[in-house]
Design a binder for this molecule. Structure first.
Ligand code: NDP
Ligand code: OXD
Length: 309
């Protein structure tokens, strides 16, 4: 029996070492060097090539290497009925909280502006945006959104979330469903997207949504590039409807070198680095799920293909 890692263009030696630290006897095959496809019962995947999983006839489970599973859900090339799981991890949550906190503080304290002014040796104070006038709306109140909301609230910010299902125990107010989306947006002068990418959320960051935000709102998208209608963002920045954006994810990654986002004065680009799965933190749950799959036990962190996340 073996576990396959299918993550093209990445050095997976750390992952192999981290998995072996939990089970030194684990047989690991790293794509494209799959020596014995019929032995593979568990696949750990990120951006897997279209034909990779179909070549593994005895799969019992497939795990995303990250929190998102949109690269696995609803794909015709995936073996039918093989359960999907994803990573849920403390380091991922904390790292995302750091990223969003950075974006919020950099916006409020005009750090983009000061960084540009430094190049001109210009000494001019901008009045900080006031924390008490700041209301942060987080789209998604799951493992990441819920955690980030708690951290921002503990720091003193007014935070509210938006989710699909009603929450009764969240630490911040949670708006629910399309019917409460406008109320959620009206209150958000910083909007953070931490939604999974599904049919219902694709293109959700669009002109109509931006118009529901208070003028001069700031956008942080750390979820998926396909949530955002890029032309609508550029228009909203030009009109002043949005003051700026911190973007970590893009429709096409890496972002093309001639993409207008690179040079836009109101956009900060990061290379899908908001919260990268740390193998040393996450390998334990992968080995656990591998063993569960072998034993026919319930898997941890299941993805519901019908829901899309
Ligand atoms: P979860 O599944 O734990 O949470 C998803 C949240 O989104 C839930 O609160 C869910 O509502 C809500 N949601 C889903 N669909 C809708 C909808 N149609 N309308 C309203 N709310 C909806 O996911 P995670 O928090 O673990 O991760 C979120 C995403 O973050 C990932 O899917 C991935 O794309 C992205 N990500 C990005 C990273 C980066 O480095 N840039 C790193 C890690 C993740 P409900 O609670 O009702 O189910
Ligand atoms: C993830 C990601 O989903 O890195 O974990 O985007």
């Amino acid at each position: 029996m073996s576990l396959a890692i299918i993550c093209p263009h990445r050095d997976m030696r750390d992952w192999v070492a981290a998995l072996h630290s939990h089970d030194p006897d684990l047989d690991i095959q790293v794509w494209p060097h799959i020596r014995a496809p019929e032995q593979v019962v568990f696949a750990l995947c990120w951006n897997q090539p279209a034909d990779a999983l179909g070549q593994l006839p005895n799969l019992r489970a497939i795990s995303s290497l990250g929190a998102g599973a949109d690269h696995l859900v609803g794909r015709a090339d995936l073996p039918a009925d093989v359960p999907l799981v994803r990573i849920v991890d403390d380091r991922l949550r904390q790292s995302m909280a750091e990223y969003v906190m950075f974006g919020v503080l950099a916006h409020l304290r005009h750090m983009w502006h000061y960084h540009r002014e430094q190049e001109k040796r210009a000494w001019q104070i901008m009045p900080p945006r006031r924390e008490e006038e700041t209301r942060i709306g987080i789209m998604g109140c799951g493992e990441l959104g819920g955690y980030v909301a708690g951290k921002l609230a503990a720091f003193g910010f007014r935070v509210h979330c938006w989710a699909r299902s009603r929450k009764t125990t969240a630490v911040v107010p949670v708006y629910t469903g399309r019917e409460e989306l406008k109320d959620f947006l009206h209150r958000a002068n910083i909007l953070v997207c931490l939604l999974p990418l599904t049919a219902a959320t694709e293109n959700i960051l669009n002109a109509r949504l931006f118009r529901c935000l208070p003028p001069g709102a700031f956008l942080i998208n750390a979820a998926r590039g396909a949530h955002l209608v890029e032309a609508d963002l550029l228009a909203a920045l030009d009109s002043g409807q949005l003051a700026g954006a911190l973007l970590d994810v893009f429709r096409q990654e890496p972002l093309a070198s001639d993409h207008p986002f690179w040079t836009h004065s109101k956009i900060m680009v990061t290379p899908h680095a908001a919260s990268v799965t740390d193998p040393w933190s996450a390998a334990g749950q992968v080995v656990d799920n591998y063993r569960r799959a072998l034993a026919g036990k319930a898997l941890l962190n299941r993805v519901d293909p019908a829901r899309g996340y």
